[in-house]
Design a protein around this ligand. Structure first.
Ligand SMILES: [Zn+2]
Length: 250
């Protein structure tokens, strides 16, 4: 029944509709199935998927942050996969998932991921977590201070470029954590990627200092990239931006 199909072509529409249908499974006999199929059709990478025909849907919420998650089972696959309903509704990928040319975001993601242990070591060494600006102990994040992460990162890239040591351009995607990682590289290239990463970790370790901020104050500090996206902070396994795992791609 075509008139039952609701077109979810904006973030707000999709969020509202999915919120009203959460914690349910939908099969081809359910009228909602067509609405969800139409939504998945809007995914910007759908043409590249090996398995494209949905057989059932499950809408859930991430236990971590309450974000809506759309699971889809495709013909030919036995397990449900997470499909980004945000990408479907908007008809485009989040900036960090855009085409392979968008290497600055991948590099940024990998560079943040590479220093996550240093950030957790700071937390371990400073068990009293209180916001340096407002004094709350609620929703505390680690902030790079005085120097912002982005400045340490750019300084390092500049130094490396001056030495003829450009950043790696190919990265691994971590589907559960939702970020990119450096590869080890190959024997033929002398494990260049790994060396670049290790040198970055050392540089960051000697240049970064931190403070605690609550998430509200952290957002207000008006940096181009908030430190709240550091992948070491509480797991974001099921955010709606997690794309299809690479297995589904040709
Ligand atoms: Zn605060």
């Amino acid at each position: 029944m075509d008139e039952d199909i609701i077109v979810l072509d904006t973030y707000d529409k999709a969020k509202k509709w999915l919120g009203e249908h959460v914690h349910r499974n939908f099969f081809p006999l359910n009228p909602e199935f067509n609405t969800l199929s139409r939504l998945v059709d809007r995914h910007p990478s759908k043409n590249e998927w090996v398995n494209q025909v949905p057989t059932s849907f499950k809408i859930s919420r991430s236990p971590g942050n309450g974000a809506l998650v759309m699971y889809v089972r495709f013909e030919g696959l036995s397990n449900y996969r997470i499909v980004s309903w945000v990408a479907c509704a908007k008809g485009k990928l989040a900036s960090h998932q855009q085409s392979d040319n968008n290497n600055n975001n991948k590099l940024n993601s990998a560079m943040r991921y590479a220093i996550r242990i240093q950030v957790s070591n700071y937390k371990k060494a400073h068990p009293t977590q209180v916001c340096a600006l407002c004094g709350t102990g609620y929703r505390i994040e680690v902030d790079h201070y005085l120097k912002h992460f982005v400045d340490i990162k750019e300084d390092y890239i500049k130094i490396k470029l001056e030495r003829g040591d450009p950043p790696p351009i190919v990265f691994k995607w971590h589907p559960k954590k939702g970020n990119f990682m450096f590869r080890d590289g190959t024997k033929a290239d002398g494990y260049y990627d790994k060396k670049w990463k290790v040198a970055w970790q050392k540089y960051h370790n000697t240049h970064a200092t931190y403070r605690y901020l609550c998430s509200t104050c952290n957002k207000k500090t008006n940096k181009s990239v908030p430190d709240s996206v550091i992948p070491s902070l509480p797991s974001v396994t099921l955010t709606p931006l997690v794309p299809l795992p690479p297995l589904l791609l040709k």
